[in-house]
Write a protein that binds this ligand. Structure first.
Ligand SMILES: *Cc1c(COP(=O)(O)O)cnc(C)c1O
Length: 439
């Protein structure tokens, strides 16, 4: 399949080009040129996430000689941890979709592992092995997922930049616990400084004769596999209802959102024909998209820090992809709704979460469960069943969650293994020359 820029239908690229480029040359984002269409019954023989992935993503890989034959293996390798749809005991028609059982305990493992698999396949297909370096600026979860996903992959190095002293100690550990092909640098500056340094590296194509790649959340290779868990969850609920009078009722999804990559994947899955009902985006106090949906302009508020820090975004990149899919504002308003949840509400929710949801919630997942309770009557009525997306494990945010629930949160085994690894950190000045000298 080919992909086009959101800003120009004439800019047509292959999957491979879209994966390697990140941004289109005109500054737009790559989107599928056309959307395949499935009916739920097409997936009758697909039960695992890897099986659903292999069928759902096949049209996007069609025509790419190097990547298409490896799709099945990439899917197997990406979806090798559970993604359970857990019924909520006290609320018979509510579910939590737990996306946090991967190596770094956040949903970003899915996109990072898939992208790593694709990039390894691309590198292996070349006669001359060009050295590739993935460079990523991180304010928390992305860097850890990318590091874990690319660690020990052949022919690809990883450079991670993060703002010194501005991420949690567990997050830092996840960045610095690697050796070999993964290097992390603490930058004496802000996240914005890190991002600027990444942009300079991506433009400075001649450094070390390498190909520089970006693994940030606008990369198509991260969005495509995220459709899979929405497809799988919606098919699970759909199958249960076949043959009953409820067969036509479609579940709603509530997604904690920041840069809109995860929610875009849900919208695309629905567009591909999966049995998905209303889609609700839950934001923290960075409420730009809520206002945008109301009146069509994105307010120029600065980003405010919140407890759900992975969602502290004021200008979400993927909004451009949503607008491309639904060019009429009224159409977008019909497709999604949104709400904003403040830190006090998040705190209160975490405090009561174990009693209500059977487990402690991370601050991001709590945004979704509060949003569920606050859905307007009209909104709540649009679906009989609601799936709330849980994006990270509470143990990743223990400094926030433990004081609120009053006990220690047990660390998942995969995360524990990372935290036990020896770690080392290097500090560099916040300018590109400093980065270049250590590469
Ligand atoms: C990145 C992240 C989000 C926000 O996802 P987007 O795709 O940027 O909207 C939500 N929760 C957690 C835990 C995250 O790491």
């Amino acid at each position: 399949m080919n992909f086009v820029s959101t800003r120009n239908q004439e800019t047509v690229v292959s999957l491979r080009e879209a994966l390697e480029a990140g941004l289109a040359p005109d500054g737009g984002l790559y989107v599928p040129k056309e959307y395949p269409f499935f009916s739920p019954a097409d997936f009758d023989h697909c039960h695992t996430h890897a099986e659903v992935a292999n069928l759902l993503l096949r049209p996007f890989f069609a025509g790419d000689e190097d990547l298409a034959p490896k799709l099945a293996a990439i899917c197997e390798n990406t979806f090798n941890f559970p993604i359970p749809l857990v019924p909520v005991a006290a609320r018979p028609n509510d579910y939590l979709l737990e996306l946090f059982h991967g190596p770094t305990s956040a949903f970003k493992d899915v996109g990072a592992r898939f992208l790593a698999g694709c990039m390894e396949a691309i590198a292996e297909s070349e006669f001359f092995h060009l050295k590739r370096t993935v460079i990523v600026a991180t304010s928390g979860d992305t860097g850890g997922a990318v590091a874990a996903a690319f660690y020990n992959r052949r022919a690809i190095d990883v450079v991670i930049l993060y703002p010194e002293g501005r991420i949690s100690s567990r997050q830092e550990k996840q960045l610095c616990a690697w050796a070999g092909n993964v290097r992390a640098f603490a930058v004496k500056g802000s996240f914005d400084d890190c991002q600027r340094m990444v942009k300079e590296a991506l433009l400075d194509v001649k450094v070390e004769n390498r190909i520089w790649l970006s693994a940030n959340s606008i990369n198509l290779g991260r969005i495509l596999p995220q459709m899979v868990y929405y497809a799988h969850a919606s098919l699970t609920l759909w199958r249960r209802k076949q043959g009953s009078e409820k067969a036509k009722e479609l579940p709603g999804f509530i997604i904690p959102s920041g840069n809109l990559g995860n929610s875009l994947a849900c919208i695309w899955a629905k567009k591909l024909g999966l049995p998905i009902g209303p889609i609700h985006l839950a934001f923290n106090s960075n409420r730009g998209v809520v206002d945008f949906l109301d009146n069509g302009t994105l307010p120029a508020h600065p980003t405010v820090p919140t407890l759900a820090n992975a969602m502290d975004v004021s200008k979400p990149s993927n909004l451009e992809r949503m607008q491309h899919l639904f060019p009429l504002h009224s159409e977008l308003q019909n497709q999604i709704s949104a709400s904003t949840i403040n830190d006090d509400e998040i705190r209160a929710e975490i405090q009561t979460s174990e009693k209500e949801w059977g487990e402690a919630l991370c601050p991001h997942s709590a945004v979704a469960t509060v949003a569920r309770k606050k859905l307007s009557r009209a909104e709540a009525f649009k679906a009989k069943e609601w799936v709330m997306v849980a994006t990270a494990h509470p143990a990743k945010f223990e400094a926030i969650v433990e004081p609120l629930v009053g006990h220690v949160i047990q660390v998942p085994e995969l995360l524990r293994q990372i935290l036990l690894r020896p770690s080392s950190r290097r500090i560099i000045e916040a300018d590109y020359a400093a980065l270049k000298s250590v590469l």
